[in-house]
Design a protein around this ligand. Structure first.
Ligand SMILES: Cc1cc2nc3c(=O)[nH]c(=O)nc-3n(C[C@H](O)[C@H](O)[C@H](O)COP(=O)(O)OP(=O)(O)OC[C@H]3O[C@@H](n4cnc5c(N)ncnc54)[C@H](O)[C@@H]3O)c2cc1C
Ligand code: FES
Length: 251
């Protein structure tokens, strides 16, 4: 892990309140694993860095997708190509290398780290979003890297109406996957984990917690697991579903 001062190549909107940030960062790209993240210093105005998932490392460029939710991400939208950014990374553990084809199941911005998994592993993806506009750019991003793309929209404006979890049983029964990797709202991940376990498939989940240091020093991101208390920034953000959702009924 290192602090990289990287040049911004572009920072453009891809859907309402969602931006794609592309960084010229060959060394960071080379040393990153799918599932890891960076802590971005938006400007000197912000003491705390913002954790953002690494979505792509192809061609020495690091791509990040972010939703504008507060002051930091709002300030990030003002950056333009040619500006410089400090990015601390790559942080966290990353997804395990699967033994065969993996099914990626993501909702909303949870698709960002899964895109990097699609670049690196043999995979299909199940994309869940609220509307057509929220899933179309993900479809374009995943298309060159996966064999099959399955899509659901909550409002039925595109592809199958409903939640990703509704389509999951059908997708799982049609192919022999070696594992399921998921990232998105916790309620979705719990449902995905339960179905994966019911199908005797290992499931890894990418967890999100409010973070301060991002380096394992402040304990602000601790969660309970069956192996005791763990820090999402350092021991995660990727965990075995069975360890974070415990022996409880994960559904
Ligand atoms: C490992 C990890 C990877 C992430 N990857 C992405 C991604 O790829 N794309 C994306 O859009 N978002 C991602 N997030 C969420 C993102 O970090 C927050 O949306 C962002 O920090 C909000 O900053 P803000 O200043 O706009 O919001 P504010 O609410 O003003 O932030 C206030 C403080 O809370 C922290 N904070 C707020 N929400 C979150 C959150 N959900 N997680 C962690 N810290 C938070 C901020 O970092 C900041 O320190 C990720 C979070 C984690 C933990
Ligand atoms: S954010 Fe400080 S320990 Fe994880």
């Amino acid at each position: 892990m290192k602090n990289f001062n990287v040049r911004i190549l572009s920072n453009e909107p891809v859907a309402a309140d969602v931006f794609r940030l592309t960084l010229d960062a060959p060394e960071l790209a080379k040393t990153s694993r799918a599932g890891q993240f960076v802590q971005v210093k938006v400007s000197d105005e912000f003491t705390l860095r913002r954790p953002l998932g690494i979505a792509s490392t192809a061609g020495g460029r690091v791509k990040i997708f972010y939703r504008v939710v507060g002051r930091g991400t709002e300030a990030l939208t003002k950056k333009v190509g040619g500006d410089w950014l400090s990015a601390l990374g790559a942080l966290g553990n990353g997804f395990a290398n699967p033994s065969g084809k993996v099914l990626l199941v993501g909702g909303g911005m949870g698709l960002a780290p899964l895109l990097c998994a699609a670049e690196n592993f043999s995979a299909d993806v199940l994309i869940g979003g609220r509307t057509k506009a929220e899933v179309l750019f993900w479809q374009d991003e995943f298309a060159p890297h996966v064999e099959k793309i399955f899509i659901t929209t909550d409002d039925g404006s595109y592809a199958k109406k409903g939640f990703a979890i509704d389509l999951l049983p059908e997708v799982l029964s049609a192919e022999n996957y070696s594992a399921v990797y998921t990232c998105g709202p916790e309620i979705m991940m719990r449902g995905v984990a339960k179905l994966a376990m019911d199908n005797n498939l290992p499931c890894q989940v990418s967890f999100e917690k409010r973070m301060a240091c991002g380096l394992g020093a402040c304990l602000s991101c601790s969660i309970d697991t069956t192996d005791g208390r763990k820090k999402v920034c350092k021991d995660g953000p990727i965990f075995d579903a069975a360890k974070v959702f415990g022996g409880d009924d994960v559904g």
